[in-house]
Design a protein around this ligand. Structure first.
Ligand code: HEC
Length: 435
């Protein structure tokens, strides 16, 4: 949502108090598709709802909403789904509307426009009112053109009997491919088949002996990004980046999920695409977590809280947060306790949805002064009702583990040191720096 829209939204909320029910500050009384509805769909829906929309690791929008012909049959569903705020998908609490750079939220006026349009028979309107069509990347990558693409060494075969599989695939980058340290500006993961549930990427310097186990939760060092259902492309502002060391060993930590049985074998060849910062990077980004890890959720517990905290010794910049739980995830909250005694809720996700692993990106890096403690609280619902609704066994105690039937308590944070770090020789730009 744009800044202007945000201001309009706040304005609308104020005005709405002073007017009779049913009148809306900025919503047109007789909306048409071309004039009023299409711009809303362009800005808020079409990135996903188009012929080859965002494949957010399996969360592929079921239909295209580009033209009147495509939208008209869905008019009623669209009105219903935007009314309940199920679409566009966004799970931060209402108090946080307007607080994140990548948020997907409609204003009350936009919701009212769609509602009125459907109530009045979803008219097309004048074709010449339609805005120019949206332009999307045509490179096959949502972020545009990658500077470096990393492929599997060879396609990976998932045999018939495989159902749920964690598997690491490691690629040694050559000098030709990636001969010097660069700073990652954006990284995109492209699933090579429909059985990819998620991918986490790691990079370790050449010769680094740290061995990756098959369990993603065991290793969080060297993380360069990941995609899971509903995750956007990770991108960093100028001056920020994650280091991709020269001739790095890059690991795809794959989680596959498919039906098992004769004839279900699939070949997968997923890819990572990188864009690098051209300018110097003074704030090396670290992708890290706050987690407890040793929790145990009792059988049938419907409101089981897991908490952990981390105190920052140096002034630290916070770029984004991503609460990660599995099927029993119910809600998540991050709170900062500042050294001056004040506190602030940084993120509240009151109704967590495992299908949408959204990263909540701050519009600008936020300072956590030295001594700040950030607490995370993740809540799990292991009740019988929830188990029946989602499809899990609630009669067992649940601990940390990779499979979606186990749980995770990862409060991901993307952070960087506040004090600028002088770029070292060979870092960044691609122009050999003076030693
Ligand atoms: C980030 C990607 C994304 C955005 C943005 C998005 N959608 Fe969706 N939409 C999906 C996915 C994926 C599904 C299917 C999964 C689900 O239902 O959760 C879906 C499902 C739907 C459905 C239900 C379809 C059915 O089969 O019943 C409707 C209606 C819908 N979206 C409308 C919209 C509208 C209207 C907007 C914009 C205001 C929007 N969506 C924005 C990804 C998106």
């Amino acid at each position: 949502m744009s800044a202007t829209k945000r201001i309009l939204m706040q304005g609308a909320a104020v005005v709405a108090m002073g007017v009779s029910a049913g009148t809306w500050a900025g919503a047109p009384e007789r909306p048409t598709f071309t004039k009023d509805v299409l711009p809303i769909l362009q800005e808020n829906c079409q990135t996903c709802h188009r012929p080859s929309g965002l494949n957010m690791s399996g969360m592929i929008a079921p239909m295209s909403l580009m033209t009147y012909e495509e939208v008209r049959p869905w008019a009623k569903s669209i009105s219903g789904i935007v009314d309940t705020r199920k679409m566009p998908p966004w799970h931060a609490g209402e108090k946080f509307y307007g607080k994140f750079r990548n948020e997907r939220v409609l204003t009350q006026d936009e919701i009212q426009t769609v509602r009125a349009w459907v109530q009045q028979g979803a008219p097309r309107g004048n074709p010449s009112d339609a805005p120019a069509p949206m332009k999307f990347s045509e490179t096959g990558w949502n972020f545009g053109k990658p500077d470096l693409v990393v492929d599997f060494p060879k396609p990976f075969l998932l045999q018939d009997e495989v159902e749920d599989l964690y598997h690491n695939i490691t690629v040694q980058l050559t000098k030709d491919q990636h001969g010097e340290d660069r700073w990652v500006k954006a990284v995109e993961f492209k699933s090579g088949s429909e059985v990819v549930h998620h991918i986490i990427g790691y990079a370790h310097p050449k010769g680094d002996k740290s061995n990756l186990s098959g369990n993603e939760g065991d290793v969080t060092s060297g993380m360069i990004g990941g995609n899971a259902p509903g995750t956007d492309v990770a991108a960093y502002p100028e001056g920020y980046g994650v280091r991709l060391p020269a001739e790095a060993r890059v690991t795809f930590a794959m989680h596959y999920h498919k039906e098992a049985g004769p004839g279900t074998a699939v070949q997968d060849n997923s890819q990572m695409g990188f864009q690098f910062q051209d300018g110097p990077v003074t704030h090396p980004v670290e992708i890290s977590t706050i987690q407890h890890g040793a929790f145990e959720i009792p059988p049938f517990a419907n409101d089981w809280k897991v908490g952990a905290s981390r105190t920052f010794k140096e002034d630290t910049l916070l770029l984004s947060m991503l609460p990660h739980m599995h099927l029993r995830g119910k809600s998540g909250k991050y709170t900062a306790f500042y050294p001056d005694g004040t506190s602030e809720v940084l993120l509240d996700v009151p109704a967590y949805d495992f299908n949408w692993q959204s990263s909540y990106e701050l519009p600008a890096p936020k300072t956590l002064p030295a001594g700040t403690r950030v607490e995370m609280e993740l809540v799990f619902d292991n009740s019988k009702e929830n188990g029946e609704r989602i499809g899990f066994d609630s009669s067992k105690a649940i601990r940390f583990g990779g499979p979606t039937t186990d749980e995770m308590d990862l409060a991901w944070i993307t952070i960087a040191p506040k004090a600028p770090v002088a770029p070292k020789a060979g870092d960044a730009t691609g122009n050999a720096a003076d030693e």
